[in-house]
Design a protein. Structure first.
Length: 202
């Protein structure tokens, strides 16, 4: 059997010449985490002292498609002091005090492109109740009027996610804001499209 590594006549196969793409240069600094993308593609707003509680700071990440992610702000007292969380509850009550199971991914969750069946929320409605091991309780409100499209179920299983990755895996909810919602009263932390910080992180 002829040696397949050689061409006819017994000569060695011709070497494959790799083009020299000298014009291509990798970025000087690659993103080390998903934070790179949140800073680049989301406008971010800080809401301080939610529910009148000192240090109970939230953050809204506004995507170009107008959907919002509700998160703890990195300046929240839980994150600043690296507190351990005892529990995180999503038991949200609608009008009349009726609890809605759909928020945690149970049957009846919003369906379809138009998210039919999504629960309406008001800016003062608490979407998460966080209790620390030292006995402090913080109620995290929606901060904006709209409809709740998703509640992050993973933070109930691992509440410490809101400390370890507050603006990514530890987000609290995704909200479709009411048409005409203004963010002018919130503190602008960073502006989407550029990712350049406009304010100072605490």
């Amino acid at each position: 059997m002829a040696d397949s590594s050689k061409q006819e006549g017994g000569d060695a196969p011709a070497a494959i010449e790799v083009p020299n793409y000298s014009f291509f240069k990798p970025p000087a600094q690659k993103p080390s985490s998903f934070t790179f993308y949140t800073e680049r593609y989301y406008s971010q707003f800080k809401i301080s002292n939610c529910k009148g509680t000192e240090g109970n700071n939230a953050r809204i990440l506004l995507h170009s498609n107008k959907l919002c992610m509700l998160c703890l702000d990195p300046s929240h007292v839980i994150i600043k002091n690296n507190l351990e969380i005892e529990s995180l509850s999503h038991s949200v009550k609608g009008r009349g005090g009726k609890e809605r199971d759909r928020l945690t991914g149970a049957a009846g969750a919003p369906k379809g492109k138009k998210k039919k069946g999504a629960m309406q929320c008001e800016k003062l409605m608490a979407l998460a109740i966080i209790t620390t091991k030292c006995g402090q309780t913080f109620k995290i409100p929606a901060c904006i009027d709209g409809h709740i499209l998703e509640i992050n179920p993973f933070v109930s299983v691992d509440p410490q996610l809101v400390v370890k990755a507050p603006l990514t895996e530890g987000f609290i909810a995704v909200i479709n804001p009411k048409v005409g919602t203004s963010f002018d009263d919130f503190e602008l932390v960073s502006k989407g499209t550029s990712g350049e910080l406009q304010g100072n992180e605490e």
